[in-house]
Design a protein around this ligand. Structure first.
Ligand code: DP6
Length: 364
């Protein structure tokens, strides 16, 4: 098991210039990561599934530095072909934090070209797909510089480790299907340092879960997740929340394994509403749900009760509602969305996504 590059042999001189390109999906959390300590260590374990059509495509080119710049990071980042100073600063900060783990970062000049398949501020976490795509590119470059990873598993673990240091939820995006991040006594191999795929334990009904994202608002959210996590440091319910999350994780994994949708819905909705309750009851309080978010929530619950169709919701740190349902309910849920939900979306806009198979390397 490898997360440290220092344990790898420096097998050959870097074949520069190097180029690599990866696509990596966003993910949606079912058990929420909300609260962290030290260096990107989560306060509780979280569970998510990776999406299929919502991903970031990132190409990284490196060459030796032309100017002597010591430890300085030399980096240019293009988002949709346009240089983006805001993201550049974010990535430079991340790279600086990685220097001890990845000393080569200051030895090269980096050119990063990235784009997303989903619109900005659509409620889909672009940091999860963006950071994981870039972490996979970095791991690939490490592979070229340092030689072979012992196992494919080690490659993805290292990518997850690097991604986590950029954005916590990104470490779950290096795998397809269902993924756990954070130490949990009942989950063998779980770690605070990187995520673990749990797809092999999943009941077939849950293997292809749909996520229809109802876009209630496209405007920027009023709290960044980074700021949001810090609200937990002084939250009066924090310790109880972390215990609840560990318990929810254990119960949810059992339901997912046994194919129990009712149990799944109860926990997933509880997690989503708990996240928002925590934001509302923080010392600096945030209300991100909007009247149309609540309308959609009520309609989903009424519909499930009325028809018995397996459908439920989760919510990220924003107003948009993720409608979750298994493949077998697709036809009914699509009519339900059409007839009852899209009128509450911004210009009737929604995104039709589902569980995906995870990142892929683009052959250049
Ligand atoms: C509500 O991973 O975006 O989406 O580690 O500070 O980058 P940072 O936070 P981030 O937080 C995600 C919060 C969440 C829940 C989740 O995805 O588990």
């Amino acid at each position: 098991m490898n997360v440290n590059i220092t344990s790898l042999p420096y097998s050959k001189k870097a074949p520069v210039p190097m180029i690599t390109r990866w696509k990596s999906p966003s993910n949606i959390a079912l058990v929420k990561y909300w609260g962290k300590r030290d260096h990107q260590i989560p306060q509780n374990s979280s569970l998510s599934f990776s999406l299929n059509t919502s991903f970031t495509d990132t190409q990284v080119s490196v060459r030796p530095k032309t100017e002597k710049g010591g430890d300085l990071i030399a980096l240019k980042l293009y988002l949709d072909e346009v240089r983006n100073p805001k993201f550049e600063d974010k990535i430079v900060t991340w790279f600086k934090q990685l220097i001890t783990d990845a000393p080569y970062l200051s030895q090269f000049e980096w050119e990063i070209k990235t784009s997303n398949t989903f619109p900005h501020s659509s409620g889909i976490a672009s940091s999860a797909s963006g950071m994981s795509a870039l972490a996979l590119c970095l791991t690939d470059i490490e592979y070229k510089v340092y030689g072979k990873w012992d196992k494919t598993e080690d490659f993805y673990r290292r990518a997850s480790y690097l991604a986590r240091l950029g954005s916590g939820s990104a470490c779950r995006s290096v795998y397809g299907g269902y993924t756990v991040w954070g130490k949990h006594d009942a989950i063998a191999g779980s770690s605070d340092l990187y995520a673990l795929s749990v797809s092999k334990y999943i009941h077939p009904d849950f293997a292809s879960m749909h996520d229809a994202i109802m876009i209630v608002s496209r405007s920027e959210k009023s709290v960044s997740s980074r700021a949001g996590h810090s609200l937990m440091n002084s939250h009066p319910f924090a310790s109880q929340r972390y215990l609840q999350a560990q318990q929810n994780m254990e119960n949810l994994l059992n339901f997912i394994q046994n194919g129990d949708f009712e149990g799944f819905a109860e926990i997933v909705e509880n997690e989503a509403l708990t996240l928002h309750s925590l934001m509302m009851s923080s010392v600096q309080s945030f209300i991100l749900l909007q009247p149309n978010s609540l309308e959609i929530i009520h309609r989903i619950r009424n519909y499930r009760k009325r028809t018995g169709v397996p459908v439920c919701f989760t919510i990220d740190a924003g107003p948009n509602i993720h409608v979750l349902y298994p493949e077998k309910a697709r036809e009914e849920v699509l009519s339900f969305i059409q007839n009852e939900l899209i009128e509450f979306c911004d210009q009737q806009y929604w995104i039709d996504d589902k569980t995906g198979t995870g990142p892929s390397k683009v052959i250049l």
